[in-house]
Design a protein around this ligand. Structure first.
Ligand SMILES: O=P(O)(O)OC[C@H]1O[C@H](OP(=O)(O)OP(=O)(O)O)[C@H](O)[C@@H]1O
Length: 183
């Protein structure tokens, strides 16, 4: 990839506004983990990471949960490399047998909610006993589906975000903070 691309990406980050710091993320994750522990510690849940965005949040929550659980992942995407889209494409289904089990689905962001809603329905229709959902960020706007995740970290304004799981054109999922693009 060209140095022009690297320069462009570095400029995006340099000009971006940090909306959520690492410290704020840690506080939110601590309280999500506390609520999850209270509800699920006796249920032997399967924690399902929604790739790719759920990778960092799932890892961070796992570090804070100390009761017996299993881990799996699904890969389902609405957006691909685009900013908009309403079709959920399944790339990978779970492997652990979740028949009759409690499932906790973890994602980075609850934006319009189509992704988590479709994943909940899929698990319910395929035999899960109950399905909980968690997302670190709740984007504030009125274009949402009706359901709400059981565990939400932080409300964030209605801007295109990147960092902590969320990508800008495939990059920056690795950042330990959440940023909005300043055009
Ligand atoms: O609430 P929604 O409006 O459905 O949007 C949220 C979803 O969008 C992003 O995933 P994306 O489909 O971009 O795939 P990715 O995780 O690989 O980035 C994000 O990780 C959530 O899964």
């Amino acid at each position: 990839m060209s140095t022009k691309r690297l320069d462009e990406l570095n400029a995006i980050l340099a000009n971006a506004e940090c909306l959520v710091t690492q410290q704020q993320l840690n506080v939110a994750l601590d309280s999500m983990a506390e609520a999850i522990t209270k509800d699920l510690q006796d249920k032997l849940p399967i924690v399902v990471c929604v790739m790719n965005g759920g990778l960092l949040p799932t890892g961070a929550l796992m570090q804070r949960l100390s009761f017996p659980l299993e881990i799996d992942y699904v890969h389902a995407t609405r957006y691909g490399m685009e900013f908009e889209g309403d079709k959920l494409e399944w790339i990978k289904f779970p492997q652990v047998d979740f028949e009759g089990r409690t499932v906790l689905v973890v994602d980075d962001i609850f934006d319009q909610g189509h992704t988590l809603e479709a994943i909940i329905h899929w698990f319910e229709n395929n035999g899960a006993k109950e399905v909980y959902t968690a997302a670190v960020v709740n984007k504030l706007h009125d274009r949402k589906v009706e359901m709400r995740p059981d565990y939400l970290g932080l409300d964030v304004e209605d801007k295109f975000l990147f960092g902590y799981g969320m990508d800008y054109q495939g990059f920056f999922r690795n950042l330990q903070g959440i940023y909005a693009i300043n055009q």
